[in-house]
Design a protein around this ligand. Structure first.
Ligand SMILES: [Fe+2]
Ligand SMILES: [Fe+2]
Length: 216
């Protein structure tokens, strides 16, 4: 499905710019880095990651899953991922305030770590669980493509400017942070979401699964 391929391609860039943001924050704490790049990072995450990417997931993909593929909107992965978009948006606004400080302290680093780790886990959960499962669920309802709106010029400009910062601040690796596939690393797992199998699988899917496992 083209939409899912496009969303996954968005993730690759967002992933890189997160690492670049971490490198930028490290540089700022050491008195390096151009403070004027702070708003450029913020525009990337607000306009491109938020208004365009997360919004496309909510308004096109999640809406289709609820309205056309009979999946619940008020609990499980869709409610959890939507709430994560809101929560991460709040952290981002707090980060924007600290980035304006001409002499930032360790709280900026702490918030950048929190934001990047939350969004990395979120990307991994969508790539490894939600996108493949969405494709399967939509296919069962004969939905093979979903139309999404194009990027606005402001979103495209925010994307380009953010992408250009990756060359200026090569992505910093977070060696103390474990990424991974599946529900297990998702921030919402066992808090607001019981995991894909319990939330989305029907009795029929479980029968199929058990049959496959028993080798019948
Ligand atoms: Fe998302
Ligand atoms: Fe996403």
């Amino acid at each position: 499905m083209q939409l899912l391929d496009d969303l996954q391609a968005d993730h690759q860039l967002i992933d890189q710019v997160l690492g670049s943001l971490r490198a930028f924050v490290t540089a700022r704490l050491e008195g390096r880095g151009d403070p004027a790049d702070g708003p450029v990072f913020m525009a990337f995450f607000r306009r491109y990651a938020g208004d365009y990417h997360h919004a496309r997931e909510e308004e096109v993909l999640f809406r289709a899953l609820c309205e056309r593929a009979e999946l619940p909107a008020d609990r499980g992965p869709i409610a959890a991922l939507t709430a994560e978009h809101r929560r991460m948006g709040g952290v981002l606004e707090a980060l924007a305030v600290l980035l304006e400080d001409p002499a930032p302290g360790p709280e900026l680093q702490a918030l950048a770590v929190a934001y990047s780790r939350a969004l990395w886990h979120h990307l991994d959960a969508e790539n490894s669980v939600i996108f493949p499962e969405s494709q399967e669920h939509l296919r069962q309802f004969n939905i093979r493509e979903l139309a999404a709106r194009p990027m606005t010029p402001a979103e495209a400009a925010a994307r380009e400017a953010g992408a250009a910062l990756v060359a200026v601040y090569p992505p910093q690796e977070d060696l103390d942070f474990q990424r991974g596939d599946g529900c297990i690393h998702c921030p919402s797992y066992n808090t607001t979401c019981d995991g894909l199998e319990r939330e989305w699988w029907t009795e029929h899917a479980w029968d199929d699964f058990n049959e496959r496992m028993s080798g019948d």
